[in-house]
Design a protein around this ligand. Sequence first.
Ligand SMILES: CC(C)(COP(=O)(O)OP(=O)(O)OC[C@H]1O[C@@H](n2cnc3c(N)ncnc32)[C@H](O)[C@@H]1OP(=O)(O)O)[C@@H](O)C(=O)NCCC(=O)NCCS
Length: 170
Amino acid sequence: MDQFVVRPATARDAAAILALHRRVAETPGGLARQPEEITADYVAHAMAAAADGGLNLVAVASDGALCGEIHVERMKVALFAHVLTELTVAVDPGWQGRGVGSALFRALIAGARQAAPPVGRIELWTGADNLGAQRLYERLGFRIEGRMPGRGRHPDGRLEDDIVMGMLLD
Ligand SMILES: CC(C)(COP(=O)(O)OP(=O)(O)OC[C@H]1O[C@@H](n2cnc3c(N)ncnc32)[C@H](O)[C@@H]1OP(=O)(O)O)[C@@H](O)C(=O)NCCC(=O)NCCS
């Protein structure tokens, strides 16, 4: 059986989060960023934004290795301050399809339900071709809300629509 635990990220996880995202970004079609765009600065900013009213969780395997990470930030404008946005999730290639992503999302949604001030909405974007991720997000309770034509442009010039997905918390 797959053994891992989900816990809040701490500053000590930064280097492992950087390495994880780089490993995941090596496979095209998942994360938006190319490996070279995943820098210490990117991770520091994402962690700081998540710490400021958002959520940041990691999945840790029984050998201590980081096998997954999820972060989301809270919007700053008062009208939208109940919204968690800019969500990114990454699961180590060797762990994909083994329940880590689902566990990270379930913990994130549970955390959002307990957050103060309250969270009323979680939103994310995913590439239109990333059908596996969309299936997973729908299973977790997200709904497809819209499509942004040609939002992504790949290195070879190919355009990919972005799918907007959201979940309202009651
Ligand atoms: C998408 C991702 C976070 C899902 O986490 P996971 O731990 O693999 O997912 P789980 O094991 O909890 O759930 C499996 C489901 O995830 C979906 N899935 C998406 N990408 C997958 C992948 N590469 N491998 C396996 N399942 C994947 C499928 O719907 C699958 O269900 P299915 O068996 O019915 O097809 C993870 O695969 C990943 O990091 N992929 C690469 C980066 C990425 O796509 N990030 C999301 C960008 S929006």
